[in-house]
Every structure is written in C-alpha cells, then in structure tokens.
Design a protein around this ligand. Sequence first.
Ligand code: PGA
Length: 262
Amino acid sequence: MAGRKRGPFVAGNWKMHMTRPEARELAEKAVAALAGLHESEIVLFPSFTALAEVGRAVAGSGIKIGAQDLHWEDKGAFTGEVSAPMLRDAGCTHVLVGHSERRQYFGETDESVNRKARAALRSGLTPIVCVGEVLAERESGRTIERIDAQLSAGLRDLASGEMEAVVLAYEPVWAIGTGKTASPGQAEEVHAHIRRRLEESYGKDRASCAIILYGGSVKPANSYSLFKEKNIDGFLVGGASLDAGDFAGIAAEALRAYREEK
Ligand code: PGA
C-alpha cells in the first residue's frame, strides 16, 4: 500500500487480570506463539505488579512491555500512583494514556491525558493516546466532533518532533469488550479523519508515518479485513490478548494483510 511505512503494531492490554505466575505463563505462551511474526511490533501491557515478571519472560524475543497508566509528575506525594521514570526503570517502553475505562471509571479528562502524554514523552516512553466516542455520540452523529475534541486537548502543545513518538488508538467505546466491532469502513472513516487532522497540525510526512491503532473486540477473524484499510496500522487488543493463540492469530492476520500490500 502506498504510504504505509511500518509493519503492523499489535498491543495486548491485559487490564486487571493475571497474578505474577499467571502473567509469566501467558507471556511465555505469547513469546512461543508470536515467534516468526516479528516484522510486527508487539507490546504487552500487564498490570504494574507483573511488569518485571513479563519483562523477564519476553527478554530477547523482540516483544516489548508497557504500562496501562501513569501519573504526570515524575515523583512526589501522590499515594498509589506510578510515574514515568518508575515505568522506565521497570523496563517499559510504552504506556497507555486515556483508555476509555480510565475516562469512564476514574475521572480521566482530556487535560490529564495531555499531562500524562507529555510526562511519558519527557521520560522517553511512547504514549499510546486513546480516543473514541460513546454510543450516544455515534448515534447522534457526533463521533468526529468528539474525536476532534479529544485530539486537540489530548495532544495540546506537543511539538511535531514529539509527535513522532506518539501512537494513537481509536477505540469506539461501544465496541470495547462488547463483541461489537466497528466495521472496517466505520473504523477507516475515523482513522482517515485522524490522519487528516495530524496532517493539518504536523504536516504530511509526520501524518503519513503516524501509527493509528484500532481497538474494540478485535479477534483473529476480523484482524485481516480491518488491517486492509489504508489508515489502520495495527490493534489495541483487550479480551483476545488473554489467549496467546488468539493474540498471535490477530498479529498473523495483520501481517498477512501487510505482506500482500508490499
Ligand atoms: P477488547 O478491549 O478487545 O476486549 O474490546 C479493547 C481495549 O480495551 O483496549
């Protein structure tokens, strides 16, 4: 495909699952199942407590680890929080920012998303900034308006050079954990819009290199057709990432679509 510069990026968000022994077992299975798919960038997002364990299990495999959230200060009196330098120290290269569950249940705002994204970049972590509309917004025709608001506030004051290190994830909230996936066409419409917005703000080169993931009930059965869309560069996978075979199936199907395009 003209303009596609990178192989598939597949992220597994394990959410609040897995004790350390369970996490180690899943990570080892993922390493085995994903062997041979390393043209793709693969990142696992276990809970904070399992980061070190999963880091050891994936060492040498090319698979990276990331955290599901961070605080925007580097240190201080913020009981219960974890900072970007701590995540770096735990072996993370990536961090999720503004996942819809953080927005829905824990008061995450576009403003805190922006502070967290900037904190991640300051420490050399790649933030995966999540955006997405809820069902009522989609049904009332306000999807694009919502995405635009999340992007402009969430990415406020980021320089073009910093944007190079940002990954975006479009996750329609109504598709997360519901078994309802956006159709490839529905997802592509929003992805194309996001890329156009990036182009307006940061220029054509930066926009064409940007990685924009889709998330929401991704499975091996829909990965190929979603990845075939021009502006979908990979996936943020929740439920299916808890099964190493399904997760590897998603990566394999994306890679199949990618190889056909080259
Ligand atoms: P899901 O979750 O794949 O279970 O829908 C996606 C996500 O929350 O990132």
